[in-house]
Ligand binder design. Sequence first.
Ligand SMILES: O=C(O)C1=C[C@@H](OP(=O)(O)O)[C@@H](O)[C@H](O)C1
Ligand SMILES: C=C(OP(=O)(O)O)C(=O)O
Length: 439
Amino acid sequence: MSNSVTFKTSPNGKLTGTLRVPGDKSMSHRSIMLGSLADGTTHVTGFLTGEDCIATMNAFRKMGVAIEGPSGANGNEVTIHGIGMHGLQKPESDLDMGNSGTAMRLMTGLLAGQSFDSTLIGDESLSSRPMNRITKPLASMGAVIETQEGGTAPLNIKGGHKLTGIHYDMPVASAQVKSAVLLAGLYAEGESSVTEPGITRDHSERMLRGFGYDVTTNGNSMRLVGGGSLTACDIDVPADISSAAFFMVGASIAEGSDITLQHVGINPTRTGVIDILKLMGADITLSNQQEVGGEPVADIRIRSAKLKGIHFPEELVPLAIDEFPVLFVAAACAEGETRLTGAEELRVKESDRIQVMVDGLVNCGIDAVATPDGIIIQSGQLTSGTVESHGDHRIAMAFSIAGLRANGEITINNCANVNTSFPDFIGLASGVGLNISAK
Ligand SMILES: O=C(O)C1=C[C@@H](OP(=O)(O)O)[C@@H](O)[C@H](O)C1
Ligand SMILES: C=C(OP(=O)(O)O)C(=O)O
């Protein structure tokens, strides 16, 4: 897709049938990172072939890791020939993390513990996101990292510095910050630990354990001791609940919908979207629940329902952090008022997701107001309109879903980055009944 991809929706769609959305982005990034540092060969299935995860894969290839794939019948199998905790080689050029905060922040933690220098770069959006939230705790472990003025990327990470474990009381509930400290902690002397102000996704801890590393979780605190090693394992990446969320909201708001989403990851640190939609009155049922490779998965059936506006519980914010753009679309279609508070983190994602969603909703006829840490949305009729996604994949897909309830066409600009997290969104969404085209 070129940079100027425009999506156009038309009315009267409903979502029916069965769908398996692409693999989990958080787990796909981590599978490449841990697989590369492990002893032995790691096979990954269900890998997300979105641009962000391919960028992570290419970064490790540049550091000497042999990685095969994506290949296989579904094109989502990857084989990583791990080179051990100390096997990475100095890359000959900058490592480009594309659009992904997760990749850049986790990689910074890992690279801080290497013997060589490296530079991490990203696209325009990533280059404007705050990196001092990780460079600060990493510096107190002994890492030497140069940021740009204002604490942004490119990041120059100086190798060869001895790291020492710390305890870090995280000021924000961020899995990326937690993971950066724990991954640096693998290379640090002694114990590294974090306490998070609210529960955040725990894929790093689970996957480290899957690779045989001892990570202890005690309530909101996690700890590990540096100097150990990782043992290769097989990883089955479930479908991404953040991608499934678009269809959960779409099926809820479009009358006559009945869709089943298969093999979705339902790790309790990710299921805020299900809890929130249920509080709004959604009809959601889970079946085939099982544990696959240390992560719970299920099939999720959603039928259309009459939603009502609510005040989103603040404790659910980190557990649904990437799903708010599409939850705001649900709110526009729900009876009454919906309020979000305690979500200032949304302002430092791929775009300022509060302001960008307010602007787009207002352009489509909805009364929405931004607050410093959230939003207030009144129920209304979505109309035709033109929306700027600001290159943010989740904004582009949220307004695609809004098209199901709009009484006219919605034009969404700057949608190329949908490929970072959801390859073939248009094909899969059209296949289950969304009236949408891209050009
Ligand atoms: O650790 C991860 O994989 C992620 C953590 C979250 O970011 P924060 O840690 O900044 O909240 C989330 O928004 C992001 O999409 C993925
Ligand atoms: C915020 C997101 O990702 P990241 O922070 O990795 O860019 C996202 O995928 O919605």
